[in-house]
Design a protein around this ligand. Sequence first.
Ligand SMILES: [Zn+2]
Length: 209
Amino acid sequence: MSIEKLLCMNKEWAKKVALEQPELFATLSKQQAPKYLWIGCSDSRVPANEIVGMLPGELFVHRNVANLVKHVDFNCQAVIQYAVDVLKVEHIIVCGHYGCGGVKVAMENTNAGISDYWLRSIKDLFSRHRGELKNLDNQELRLNRMCEINVVEQVATLVHTKIVQSAWQRNQPLEIHGWIYGIDNGVIKNLNVSRNGLEDIEDIYQVDI
Ligand SMILES: [Zn+2]
């Protein structure tokens, strides 16, 4: 498909949306008020808005390879800070996906170039869970379980951020969720690791604000 075709398709899309919802673009041009921050993988098969049936304006989105939340990643931290402190989103969703290429590379001894640095934290996570993963029958099952473990870890990292703990300390409603998407069936599974307050945070991770 040519690049010009994409611009043509955009014109068609804008026309269709304007017909279906005449007020949408005018409303969005004045402000955004999303209730959800989505942290997902860059994988082209996991488009945030589409898979939860949401329109422009409804999701604030951050995506990177393997949906990682890192304390030293100013890009991700800036997105979280703006979403929580300014937009006051009520939910942060970390959505991974089965068969994630980033997680797969981290589980192997291959040279992925600069991605190796980015994925290093998953390698450490894999090493920590190797015992549990060893009991699974095949590599596909191990990869998919590791994709779940990776989401759970990112939820924990979010809970440990100053941004999230500050919001909870001032009683701002904020829930964090861990989900995983099936590329082969389009269905999201809730990993049931949601958090909505300061309870059960290990002492060394409690931020003294
Ligand atoms: Zn992925």
